[in-house]
Ligand binder design. Sequence first.
Ligand code: ZN
Length: 305
Amino acid sequence: MTSLKMKVLLMLLAVTAAAEQKSEAGQPSFNAVRAMQYTREIVRFGARPIGSENHKKLENYIVSHLKGVEVAEDAFTVDTPEGKLPVRNLIAKFPGSKDGIIVIAGHYDTNYPLRNTGYVGANDGASSTAILLELANQLRGKRRDGYSVWLVWTDGEEAVKQWSPTDSLYGTRHLAESWQKDGTIKKIKALIVEDMIADADLNIEHEMASTPWLEELILQAATELGYQSHFYARSISVEDDHLPFLKKGVPSADMIDLDYGYNDVFHHTPQDTLDKLSTKSLEISGKVIVRAIELLDKDSHAPAP
Ligand SMILES: [Zn+2]
């Protein structure tokens, strides 16, 4: 056999093996049409800053979609530049057969300073809330052959006046402390935050502070599904809900698209509306998270602690 024929044969073998691997893994199950419907319904509440009536309505909306699921809460009051305000993280728990927890988190509060401007936070707040609700649909009522999965609707992510270490991430700073006290922190295998993941022009950042192997695992999930062109075109640092956990040693990553409109022009403005989003982007983000959970269950990616 000539070396050229040999090369062609080897290439064919490689292609066949790759195709088999793909069909064996299958397409992750995620209903993006339903996730978009949730996003639409959440936007209809209007601005949802902490301490508001609309926020309360959204809390009830989330809980009403979690019937039959074990839901815990981490509720408390914080001192902010605008006075004392209530914060409430909601945690839906899906037990697994393996010892350890995978946490998928996203914030449901919306920008506080813009609360009286007609701001609705379609991408920044509604999309992250909706994607978790659809993940709950996928997880409920099934026996998990893997780690337990906890979905966390984080609260008080947004700054009340101006972003700073003390005026931001109110919910997750408190939750990371609570989980350190009760020992949960040690059981978390990985924590993935999703934020602003429905932009029609989806470009998920390579977030520099995130745990490198977990960032790689997310890229692997995206690549297996053919979505890699939407991932990691840029490497940037983003302060988000993953930081309080990262600081306590939890492998954590932030799935975020901080290029929302040219030069991020729609971010934190009343232009953050439904027409900028797409069902396809929700599908990409949702399926990548589902596949990432499957990869984490296999356990071969996380280095030994
Ligand atoms: Zn925001």
